[in-house]
Design a binder for this molecule. Structure first.
Ligand SMILES: NC(=O)c1ccc[n+]([C@@H]2O[C@H](COP(=O)([O-])OP(=O)(O)OC[C@H]3O[C@@H](n4cnc5c(N)ncnc54)[C@H](OP(=O)(O)O)[C@@H]3O)[C@@H](O)[C@H]2O)c1
Length: 411
C-alpha cells in the first residue's frame, strides 16, 4: 500500500508540540513535514526560528496544501474551534486534547461523518499506550466485560512521590508540572476530571457508549488526607486514582473515577510514577494488562506520531461498537466497599447511608467508616463535601455479595 504525503499544520508548540517536532526529525521514513506552526504568545522565546510560526489560526486553515491539522494546544474551547473548522475544510485531524474530545464527542462524530474526514486521538487517553486503537480494533467478538486503570500520569506521579518519598502534595504537584506531566490547570488532573474525560473516550471505543462528562462521577486525589495515607501504609496498600467501567449481565453499565486502595497482589500496584496501566477483562481472553508512559513530551508525541503515520495509510476509526447500537444504560446500581473519612459530627448521619459497616472509628475531631454503600449514597455524601470528607474505594461488591448482605440484614 502506498503512503500519502502529509503536509502538517501544527497548533501548539509547548511540551507535546515541540516533542512532536523533535520526534518527526528522527523519523525520516514518514513522509510528513510540518508546513506551518500556530502559537499564541508573540513574545515567547522559541526553540526554532520565528519564521516557522504564525499567530493567525486561519493561515493553516486556509492553506490548501495542508492536508493534516495536528492540534496540541492547552485550551479546549479554542481547540474545538480549530478542529471543527479543519474537519469542515476536509483536513484530517490529530488531537491530544481529551477535554475537547470528551466535551464534544457527538459533534465530532457527526463532523467526521458529514465531511468524510478522519479525526484520530490516541494521545488523548494514556499518552504513549496504544489503548484506543486496541479497544477499537481488537476487542470486537471477544466481548469486553470491564476496563479498569490508572489513566492519569500526573496524579500517579504525585501519589507515588507522596507515598514512597514522603514528599508533600504541593511539592509533588510542582515536580509534575516542572516535568511537563501536569495540565496547565492542575485541578483537571488532581480533581479526577482528566481521568474522567479519558474514561469517556475509552467507554465509546470499548462499549460503544457515548456519555457526557456530567454523566460520569469523579473524585480526584485532592481530598486525600493523612488518615487515609496512614491507613494505607499500615495495611501495606497503595492509593491509586482508578478509572473504571464494567458491564453487568442486564446491560447496565457503571463508570466512575474514584481513588482506590490497591494491594501488592494487584497488577496496578506496581504502576508508579508517570506510568499508566489498564486492565481489560473479556469473555474469552480473560484479563489483559497494558502499561506505558501516560504523560511527557516524547511519550505523548509518540502516540501523535503513530496517528500521523496511520493517516498516511488512510486509517480512520470505524466506531464499530457505537454503530452496533447496543441498548446500554449508565447506572448507579452498584455497591461499593469504601473507606469514608468524615468530621466527628457527621458520623451518625453517614452511618445510616451504609448497607454494611465493617469498622467505624471517631476521635475528638474526625472519624472513618469502612463498609458498603451504593454509588448513589456515595454521591449523596460527596455532594456536600467542603473538604471535610474523602472516599477511598476498597473494592466493588458483586451483585451476589450484595444480595447475601441484604438477606443477612433483613433476616
Ligand atoms: N503534556 C503531556 O504530557 C500531555 C499528555 C497527553 C496529552 N496532552 C494534551 O496535549 C495538549 C497540549 O499539552 P501541552 O502539555 O503540550 O501544553 P503546553 O505545554 O501548555 O503548550 C500549549 C501550547 O498551546 C499553544 N496555544 C494555546 N492556545 C492557543 C491558541 N488559541 N492558538 C494557538 N496556540 C495556542 C501555546 O502557545 P504559546 O507557546 O504561544 O503559549 C503552547 O504552545 C493538551 O490538550 C494536553 O491535554 C498533554
Amino acid at each position: 500500500m502506498s503512503r500519502k504525503n502529509l503536509n502538517i499544520g501544527l497548533y501548539g508548540f509547548g511540551c507535546v508540540g515541540f516533542g512532536l517536532y523533535e520526534v518527526l526529525q528522527k523519523t525520516p521514513g514518514l513522509k510528513a513535514n510540518i508546513r506551518n506552526i500556530c502559537v499564541k504568545d508573540k513574545n515567547k522565546p522559541r526553540e526554532i526560528g520565528i519564521e516557522n510560526f504564525t499567530f493567525d489560526q486561519n493561515d493553516i486553515l486556509n492553506d490548501d496544501d495542508i492536508n493534516v491539522v495536528v492540534e496540541l494546544i492547552d485550551d479546549a474551547d479554542a481547540a474545538f474551534e480549530i478542529v471543527s473548522a479543519a474537519l469542515k475544510k476536509g483536513k484530517a485531524v490529530v488531537s491530544a486534547n481529551k477535554k475537547m474530545i470528551a466535551e464534544h464527542f457527538t459533534e465530532l462524530l457527526e463532523l467526521q461523518e458529514k465531511y468524510n474526514v478522519p479525526l484520530l486521538y490516541e494521545a488523548a487517553a494514556c499518552a504513549s499506550m496504544p489503548i484506543i486503537r486496541n479497544l477499537e480494533e481488537y476487542y470486537d467478538n471477544d466481548l469486553l466485560e470491564s476496563i479498569e486503570g490508572i489513566v492519569n500520569g500526573s496524579t500517579n506521579y504525585i501519589l507515588t512521590k507522596t507515598f514512597a518519598e514522603n514528599l508533600s502534595y504541593d511539592d509533588a504537584l510542582k515536580q509534575a508540572q516542572d516535568k511537563g506531566f501536569a495540565e496547565s490547570n492542575p485541578i483537571l488532573d488532581t480533581g479526577g476530571f482528566d481521568a474522567k474525560y479519558k474514561l469517556l473516550i475509552l467507554l465509546a471505543h470499548s462499549f460503544g457508549y457515548v456519555a457526557k462528562p456530567s454523566d460520569i462521577f469523579n473524585i480526584g486525589i485532592d481530598g486525600i488526607g493523612t488518615l487515609e495515607l496512614k491507613y494505607a501504609r499500615e495495611k501495606g496498600l497503595k492509593i491509586k486514582l482508578i478509572a473504571q467501567a464494567f458491564k453487568a449481565a442486564d446491560g447496565k453499565l457503571s463508570a466512575f473515577v474514584i481513588p482506590k486502595f490497591v494491594s501488592p497482589e494487584e497488577r496496578l500496584y506496581s504502576v508508579d510514577d508517570v506510568f499508566n496501566g489498564v486492565l481489560t477483562k473479556t469473555s474469552f481472553a480473560d484479563t489483559q494488562f497494558f502499561v506505558g508512559k501516560g504523560a511527557g513530551a516524547h511519550p505523548t508525541a509518540s502516540a501523535v506520531l503513530s496517528d500521523i503515520s496511520a493517516l498516511s495509510y488512510n486509517y480512520r476509526y470505524e466506531y464499530k461498537k457505537i454503530k452496533q447500537k447496543e441498548d446500554l444504560i449508565l447506572s448507579d446500581d452498584v455497591t461499593l466497599n469504601v473507606l469514608l473519612r468524615h468530621k466527628k459530627e457527621d458520623a451518625e448521619t453517614f452511618k445510616k447511608k451504609f448497607i454494611t459497616i465493617e469498622e467505624a472509628y471517631t476521635n475528638n475531631e474526625a472519624g472513618y467508616i469502612t463498609g458498603t454503600l451504593t454509588l448513589q449514597s456515595l454521591k449523596d455524601i460527596q455532594s456536600g463535601n467542603n473538604g471535610d470528607r474523602s472516599f477511598i474505594l476498597q473494592n466493588i461488591v458483586t451483585a451476589k455479595e450484595t444480595a447475601i448482605a441484604e438477606s443477612v440484614l433483613t433476616a
